[in-house]
Design a protein around this ligand. Structure first.
Ligand code: RFL
Ligand code: PHB
Length: 393
């Protein structure tokens, strides 16, 4: 089999890239190692920047998003027993975010691809990329028990943090930057209506907590926990009690979350990680295959979308004009945005979490920074500008 663009991974990055290329008249094949049900169930991000929403609409994946997505005009910060709201449109000249789960984005993109796109193969596990620096790279994969080869003009690794595509970049040409954090998140999904209209990010002496949502009937909640935590040590009642304690307000002593059946519970590590460059010959890396951010700034999915927008434009430019100019600029163009998001995600994370090694002095610095955001329109605008999304490359 031969295709113009061989895409490894059917997560948001790979699926959206296939849609963008299809609309530009460039053919592609998507190879995804998992089955469809698994890919559509995996619980992950929830916040879409305005630019992400616009791209999904442009590729025809906007109908359900427009019906079911929850448009949010701000977030609430809680610290020192007080609440402060940030008004995004006022601080950014009109930008908002939309709550629409990554699982729903993936379902919409899979349905579109199967209805009118190029091949999307599930349970197709890629083992290797050969000849990345030649004119005819090839992807080797297993499908239905048989070894197969897909030759391509270009290969794109959209295979996430645990993917194999980046191993095709020789080690001496790759630089990796990394930071792991001394805490994780315990995330739950609960059949309980959120008692709040917007997301709440809470700094507390007991650790960070985040209240998010999936629908008007389903809450998504997170607690900072020590690394290595076993979810079995957190029975539902303990999770709810701890959430209530971390969101406590001096002005509303009775404030409580609505409780309901917990349908999922998992511990997520927190990591910052970038590999450079994002291109080697005719192999390109996009999304989590090239960079990871801790989820505190809600940037992971949005960064993956921005990468493939830049890449689809470059591949279409090459198909239309024969010029490699935009493909050559791909890595630098994306990395500028990636490093901005890395800094923002790091700053949100370290300002809001309690590091087990932190001194009382460090805690006072965190509170001073949060107070600054709550009282200075300049500091608030800086957060809002990053959170709602920087312009796509
Ligand atoms: P994905 O979504 O990981 O998709 C990669 C796809 O590649 C497939 N794959 C392979 N296919 C074929 N052959 C191979 N050898 C393959 N190896 C892997 C995988 O099965 C998968 O389908 O990467 P993509 O598309 O770059 O999308 C990025 C986003 O998924 C990611 O940035 C965010 O979800 C990050 N993230 C979160 N971001 C937030 O903003 N808020 C969150 O609450 C949030 N929670 C999370 C997250 C990431 C998580 N991971 C990766 C562990 C929670 C988790 C658990
Ligand atoms: C989520 O809804 O899963 C979510 C929202 C905001 C974040 C992280 C996760 O910063």
């Amino acid at each position: 089999m031969h295709t113009t663009v061989g895409i490894i991974g059917g997560g948001p990055a790979g699926l959206l890239l296939a849609r963008l290329l299809h609309r530009a008249g460039v053919d592609s094949v998507v190879l995804e190692s998992r089955d469809r049900a698994y890919v559509e169930r995996r619980q992950r991000a929830g916040i879409l920047e305005q630019g992400t929403v616009d791209v999904l609409r442009a590729v025809g994946a906007g109908a359900r998003l427009d019906r079911e997505g929850l448009v949010h005009d701000g977030i609430e910060l809680r610290f020192d027993g007080r609440a402060h709201r940030l008004d995004f449109p006022a601080l950014t000249g009109g930008r908002r975010v939309t709550v629409y789960a990554q699982t729903e984005v993936v379902k919409d993109l899979v349905a579109l691809q199967l209805a009118e796109g190029g091949p999307l193969l599930f349970e197709a596990e890629v083992h290797a990329v050969d000849g990345a620096d030649t004119d005819r790279p090839a992807i080797r994969y297993t499908h239905e028990g048989r070894e197969q080869t897909l030759t391509c003009d270009y290969v794109v690794g959209c295979d996430g943090f645990h993917g194999i595509a980046r191993t095709a970049v020789p080690e001496h040409l790759r630089t990796t930057y990394e930071r792991t954090y001394p805490y994780s998140w315990l995330g739950i999904l609960a059949e309980a209506p959120p008692v709040y209209d917007e997301l709440i990010y809470a700094h507390s002496p007991r650790g960070f907590a985040l209240a998010s949502m999936r629908t008007p009937a389903v809450s998504r909640l997170y607690l900072q926990v020590p690394n290595g935590t076993d979810p079995a040590d957190w029975p539902d009642e303990r999770v709810w009690d701890e959430l209530d304690a971390r969101f406590a307000l001096d002005s509303a002593p009775g404030w409580r979350l609505k409780r309901g059946p917990v349908t999922q519970k998992a511990v997520l590590p927190m990591r910052s990680w970038v590999t450079e460059p994002m291109r080697h010959g005719r192999l390109f890396l996009a999304g989590d295959a090239a960079h990871i951010v801790p989820p505190t700034g809600a940037k992971g999915l949005n960064l993956a979308v921005a990468d493939v927008v830049v890449l689809a434009r470059a591949l279409a430019h090459r198909a239309g004009t024969g010029s490699d100019e935009l493909l050559e600029a791909y890595s630098d163009t994306c990395l500028r945005r990636v490093w901005r998001a890395e800094h923002f995600s790091y700053a949100m994370t370290t300002t809001l979490h309690a590091d087990p090694a932190q001194s009382p002095f460090d805690t006072r610095l965190q509170l001073a920074q949060l107070e600054r955001i709550a009282t200075s329109p300049h500091a608030a605008a800086e957060l809002a500008d990053n959170y709602t999304g920087l312009p796509m490359g």
